[in-house]
Design a protein around this ligand. Structure first.
Ligand code: PHE
Length: 326
């Protein structure tokens, strides 16, 4: 019995196990305790007591060793070095273009518009014909546009989503469509063969140019700040009539020596206009019943104007020293 108890004590691998051994060999119901209770002769009693003491000593020693080992393991695993320098809490962020894209979406969702997807690979029917580009228009040239085959292009603007949306639903239409656009340009500080646009389209009964300028004024103030002023000048696009270009006031200067607006006081943001009735005919809307406005702006351009950096290629370089600023 003593040998059994000693080897059980030695085999115990944790404080829980050694306490179980203690109960089994020294507990009130253990064989040893029962024998001690029943013993009559002094000799036998002394011998049993000696066994109990040796067992107790062995179990105590093993229990103490196991407790020390467990404490050591816990202290090591829970150790915190409070002297380590803090390595800043690095939080990720969205790319500036993604941020602006979501800002614009939020502005228009707040105005009750829907956000719709367009296609980056378009047919010339949607990229040019439906938008009233005449046959010899320079944008139809493979020198200006990336053709995949005779009638398939990488869209040169988000405007084809106007045609697709109107073909798919009846008025009223209030949508924005944001995404990548492609042109056959050599990259430089202000050009990229891939860039992003936001397209807006509103078609309803009685939409006027004042609705367009009011909406763009609202958008520009959300993007650039409430203190900015806006201005609209006439322009030309094949798919809007009249066409306008939106300007936002330059806050850097009021005249001389301005790096942002080149002394004019105004910054050109992008194109817009009243939907040409020819587009309504193309999609089967009644031009006598509805009018509409549309606009299409470059997101890189908005980013550069708002944050005043001179080279849009920064947006593609992904240098964290640049990206982390926004
Ligand atoms: N699609 C035009 C461009 O890329 C912008 C535009 C969109 C103008 C909608 C008027 C209406 O320059």
């Amino acid at each position: 019995l003593e040998q059994e108890g000693l080897s059980a004590a030695a085999a115990a691998a944790s404080t829980a196990e050694i306490e179980a051994v203690r109960v089994e060999y020294l507990g009130r119901k253990s064989a040893l305790k029962r024998a001690l209770r029943e013993v009559r002769e002094r000799e036998t009693g002394m011998a049993l007591n000696a066994v109990r003491e040796r067992l107790e000593a062995a179990i105590d020693a093993r229990a103490a060793a196991l407790a020390r080992a467990e404490l050591d393991a816990r202290l090591t695993s829970e150790r915190v070095d409070v002297t380590l320098p803090v390595d800043g809490y690095r939080r990720g962020r969205l790319h500036l273009i993604t941020q602006i894209r979501r800002e614009v979406e939020d502005v228009f969702l707040g105005l009750g518009y829907r956000v719709v997807d367009g296609r980056e690979v378009e047919t010339t029917r949607y990229n040019f014909d439906g938008l009233n580009f005449p046959p010899g228009h320079p944008a139809r040239s493979p020198l200006a546009t990336l053709f995949l085959d005779d009638e398939t292009v990488l869209r040169t603007e988000t405007s084809p989503s106007q045609i697709r949306t109107m073909e798919a639903q009846q008025p009223p239409v209030y949508i924005v469509s944001l995404g990548r656009t492609y042109r056959r340009d050599t990259p430089d500080a202000t050009h990229s063969p891939i860039f992003h646009q936001v397209e807006g389209l509103a078609v309803d009964e009685g939409i006027t140019l004042a609705d367009l300028t009011g909406t763009l004024d609202f958008l520009l103030k959300k993007l650039f700040g409430e203190q900015r002023r806006t201005e609209f000048r006439t322009h030309y696009f094949p798919f809007t009539e009249p066409s306008i270009e939106a300007y936002v006031s330059c806050h850097v200067c009021d005249g001389d020596g301005c790096p942002v607006c080149r002394h004019s006081g105004w910054i050109e943001v992008g194109g817009a206009g009243m939907v040409d009735p020819k587009l309504f005919e193309f999609v089967g809307y009644d031009p006598e019943r509805v009018t509409g406005f549309a606009f299409g702006w470059g997101l890189e351009r908005i980013a550069m104007l708002r944050h005043e950096f001179p080279d849009l290629r920064e947006l593609w370089r992904n240098d964290l020293r640049f990206s982390r600023q926004f």
